[in-house]
Design a protein. Structure first.
Length: 262
């Protein structure tokens, strides 16, 4: 019976795939499945690999030992407990993130989430609920789409975790963070989030996994982590698809574990 259902679904999807064949998220070449990358774009992804800072998830050039912290984590400890990202925000990864966010490409989210789940396996193992970075309702009305929620839903589905997209509300209309300095980003999102009283039960005493698309300076997820901890969250980790690396930070090569392009 499951096989018959699968065949029926494939048959129903065939006309749409013939009319709108899936294209590579990196270069728009035709590929076999939506969200996949072509053989030319796949090697251009810069996957973040161990060794990395135990808190920030930023990669080290050499193995510094278990639990070693970066200078950033020591000098300016974040309000969240740990952060991890799947890929460096360059080239193909940048185009994928922008396509998901600005070009109405939600079919990319499940693929991106698979790589996120791989990078954030230790965070997912400890998590009790997944919370995406919310959009303000005005921006959501204009965009009709929250890329962080799409990624969060996919990550939660892969991990078998509860998904709580309404646990946090963005109560302040903020500027676009692109082009702002670190200080301006912090000021922009200060007081931007709140946990409604009726939603406290979703996070109180629980370890929360915050999901977003790109980690740049950490201002947004830091503001959200503070809000969650004030609401009683037992811990907050952050998982993003991509991370902006400072000059000189290494990014590892991907070792195919069966999750390559189809």
């Amino acid at each position: 019976m499951p096989q018959l259902k699968h065949l029926a679904a494939a048959a129903l999807a065939l006309p749409a795939r013939l009319a709108f064949p899936p294209v590579c998220a990196g270069c728009q070449r035709h590929v076999s499945q939506p969200g996949a990358l072509c053989p030319a774009c796949w090697p251009q992804l810069r996957f973040l690999e161990r060794p990395w800072c135990a808190v920030m998830g930023t990669p080290f050039t050499h193995d510094m030992g278990e639990g070693f912290l970066s200078a950033e984590a020591i000098a300016d400890p974040p309000p969240f407990d740990r952060a991890r990202a799947a890929v460096a925000y360059t080239g193909v990864a940048r185009r994928m993130a922008q396509a998901l966010k600005y070009s109405d490409r939600p079919e990319l989210a499940p693929w991106m989430a698979r790589w996120m789940a791989r990078a954030g396996a230790e965070l997912i193992a400890d998590a009790q609920v997944v919370v995406p970075v919310p959009l303000h309702w005005r921006r959501f009305f204009l965009r009709r789409f929250n890329q962080s929620a799409e990624l969060g839903r996919a990550v939660a589905g892969l991990a078998g975790l509860p998904f709580a997209p309404s646990a946090v509300r963005r109560v302040k209309v903020t500027k676009q963070q692109v082009g702002l300095s670190s200080r301006e980003r912090e000021d922009n999102v200060r007081g931007a989030f709140a946990v409604p009283a009726e939603q406290r039960i979703a996070v109180e005493g629980r370890r929360v996994l915050v999901v977003d698309d790109v980690y740049t300076t950490g201002a947004t997820v830091s503001a959200l982590a503070r809000t969650l901890k004030r609401a009683g969250a037992g811990g907050v980790d952050v998982l993003t698809f991509a991370r902006v690396l400072k000059d000189g930070m290494p990014a590892g090569d991907f070792h195919d574990d069966g999750h390559g392009p189809i």
